[in-house]
Design a protein around this ligand. Structure first.
Ligand SMILES: NC(=O)c1ccc[n+]([C@@H]2O[C@H](COP(=O)([O-])OP(=O)(O)OC[C@H]3O[C@@H](n4cnc5c(N)ncnc54)[C@H](OP(=O)(O)O)[C@@H]3O)[C@@H](O)[C@H]2O)c1
Length: 263
């Protein structure tokens, strides 16, 4: 496993981001963590400190491009950045998604990723390479939802498709410059996000297990991590169906309710 000295994670106050932070936390490691909820962020930071890490916690909205750029620039050398913060929202009882909801989802999931990954990429290009020739690693949390147009979650799926394709495409040009970029596509993970779902979630896994899989894939320099693999495969197949068929198939589970609290 790669030994990171400095790691920056957005959305570290909860779920997957918190689990990633805890697994990176160790003596000699500096963690830069952000989220919006000050109490939950501080609780995650405290847990990381008890594992020996030095933690800088910052209440920050990923949609604030200027604040994100300043935060990342001030962090100093970064071995790993994970653009993890995101929200999900659905159409509830099947009404079309409102423009307002779609914009909120795109702002958090797409602008938020660009506001994290772009400054990280710029900073890492200027860093000296390590013994392995790598200047830094950037993980972007997309989703298996990137592969399927689910009628109950149009903006969520579209935002994840956008960040997945953007990350994999950018990875090809970042790699020769010494920066490894990875699109992270999990299936269902047990977090506050999935606690709102009212349908069966095949392959649902704990955040700790998901974080271990993600860190392994990042260390290996993979351009895309999809897990569980069988769910990614099934989603790819469903995405190949003619839209009328995939629409009928993917409409079977009820849609998630609208935006989470606080959005
Ligand atoms: N859970 C799953 O099954 C699953 C599957 C595939 C992909 N994902 C992706 O994994 C990522 C993490 O989700 P999760 O499941 O861990 O959900 P979660 O427990 O709800 O955590 C989401 C995190 O993102 C932060 N966040 C949301 N909007 C933000 C904003 N505008 N600015 C800053 N931080 C913001 C939250 O901060 P506050 O709570 O402090 O606001 C929280 O720390 C998301 O990108 C999600 O789409 C999740």
């Amino acid at each position: 496993m790669v030994a990171y000295r400095s790691v920056l994670i957005t959305g570290a106050s909860s779920g997957l981001g918190r689990a990633l932070a805890l697994q990176c936390a160790a003596p000699g490691v500096e963690l830069h963590l952000s989220g919006r909820d000050a109490t939950r962020l501080e609780a995650a930071a405290t847990e990381c400190r008890t594992r020996g890490a030095a933690v800088q916690a910052r209440v920050l909205d990923v949609r604030d491009a200027a604040a994100m750029e300043a935060w990342i620039a001030a962090a100093g050398r970064l071995d790993l950045v994970v653009a993890n913060a995101g929200i999900s929202a659905g159409t509830g009882d099947g009404r079309p998604e409102s423009a307002a909801q779609a914009r909120v989802v795109f702002a958090a999931n797409l602008d938020g990723v660009l506001n994290t990954a772009m400054p990280a990429l710029a900073a890492m290009r200027m860093q000296a390479p390590g013994a392995d020739g790598v200047r830094g690693r950037i993980g972007v949390v997309a989703s298996i939802a990137a592969f399927v147009p689910v009628p109950g979650a149009p903006a969520y799926c579209a935002s994840k498709a956008a960040v997945d394709v953007w990350t994999v495409a950018t990875a090809a040009v970042a790699r020769p410059e010494g920066v490894l970029m990875t699109s992270i596509c999990p299936g269902y993970v047990r977090t506050a996000m999935t606690a709102r779902n009212r349908f069966p979630m095949p392959g649902l896994m704990d955040a700790d297990r998901a974080a271990r899989i993600i860190l392994r894939g990042l260390a290996a320099g993979r351009r895309r991590i999809v897990f569980p693999w069988w769910m990614g495969f099934a989603a790819r197949l469903a995405g190949l169906l003619p839209p009328r068929l995939s629409g009928a198939l993917l409409s079977i589970p009820p849609g998630k309710d609208g935006l989470p609290d606080g959005h």
